[in-house]
Design a protein around this ligand. Sequence first.
Ligand SMILES: Cc1cc2nc3c(=O)[nH]c(=O)nc-3n(C[C@H](O)[C@H](O)[C@H](O)COP(=O)(O)OP(=O)(O)OC[C@H]3O[C@@H](n4cnc5c(N)ncnc54)[C@H](O)[C@@H]3O)c2cc1C
Length: 382
Amino acid sequence: MKNYDVIIIGLGAMGSTTAYQLAKRGQKVLGIDQFGPAHDQGSSHGGSRIIRQAYFEDPSYVPLLLRSYELWEEIEKESGEDILIVTGGLMFGPPDSLTVSGSIGSAKQWGLSYEVLDSNDIRSRFPAFTPEPHHIALYEKKAGFVRPELSVYTHLQQAEKHGAELRFFEPVVSWKANPSGEGVKVVTEHGTYEAGKLVISAGAWAPQLLQDLGVSLEVERHIQMFFEPIGGIEPYRVGKHPIYIWEGDDGVQLYGFPSFGIGAEGAKVAFFRKGKPCTPQTIDRNVYTNEVELIREYLAQFIPSLNGRFLQGKTCMYTNTEDEHFVISTHPSHPQVSVAAGFSGHGFKFASVVGEILADLAIDGKTNHPIDLFSPKRFAYQ
Ligand SMILES: Cc1cc2nc3c(=O)[nH]c(=O)nc-3n(C[C@H](O)[C@H](O)[C@H](O)COP(=O)(O)OP(=O)(O)OC[C@H]3O[C@@H](n4cnc5c(N)ncnc54)[C@H](O)[C@@H]3O)c2cc1C
């Protein structure tokens, strides 16, 4: 039996960057996925994912974001692909909302450049938006989006160039870590493989593969919707239109993108959070009229020209932890196993740096990146 340095279960956002980083460092890598490269059954499809630096979720993400931008640029240079598109971003809502105050707090703490716009500034600079008079926004020039399918595909391609062996359409049935702390065995529907180390980056399937992690992971169904703007797409094109997250007075966060890629003649919009519990086996992939009508209510208030013809809706899964922070760590019971899970709907922008971290953990058992926030041991029931 062929022996590998590292096996990676799951070649989505995080597994693809990990395969690339490990192979680039000369590790003998086997990557396994149950589906094909850059598929649309998990959490990494739909054409675009917001990336921003003034991070309202917690300022401790900022150093990781700064490194993730560098690594996005590095893979772009190596591959010649445009994966990161910088188009500016607006985080808006009432001044004391998490979206606005958290973003400003993060930017201040890390000396990031930003502008604060009042509702008149917003209406004159970005006429598509119709904020309430008391709404303000943080504008960040460096915000934009990354292209998930292209990222996954490109990282996998580059990983193979650096010598990684990748197997698709091969579901992993079980894995076992030797009690000695060295060595793992992975059983798939097609065979059994052995390696020194294991990385598990299984997205919405993590609850099934990581039952002994001691972390509660809840999977949710979300919908990405594409609408054709009334009056034409021109003002919604990349370069003219920013990405945005809008927090209403009711605390609901709506976010969207300029027109790009999938649904090229439409612009994408979705709710952040507000998903329905599901599993990868039970998720309903249909999109219903009442779901389209609900998002229309918010569009009518806030970005009325986007409230045109509904083009398409694509479901996608979040995998949430209780505090909505990630889990990135060596496994508490098996030092030779590293895990990346529970990205809680905001992980993609970090995929480039998560690959670097997981490669560090697999090779050295530690990383210089600040990942204390992501320890599975933070949960009280550990
Ligand atoms: C609608 C939506 C919008 C989002 N918007 C943003 C955003 O704007 N910005 C942002 O930063 N993040 C966003 N996210 C979150 C981000 O996309 C996810 O955090 C990220 O894609 C998770 O990556 P992953 O590698 O954990 O999962 P995935 O990319 O789904 O990869 C997991 C892989 O593991 C494989 N796998 C699982 N189990 C097995 C098994 N037993 N055998 C073999 N293979 C297996 C799966 O097939 C899959 O390929 C969004 C997510 C959704 C759903």
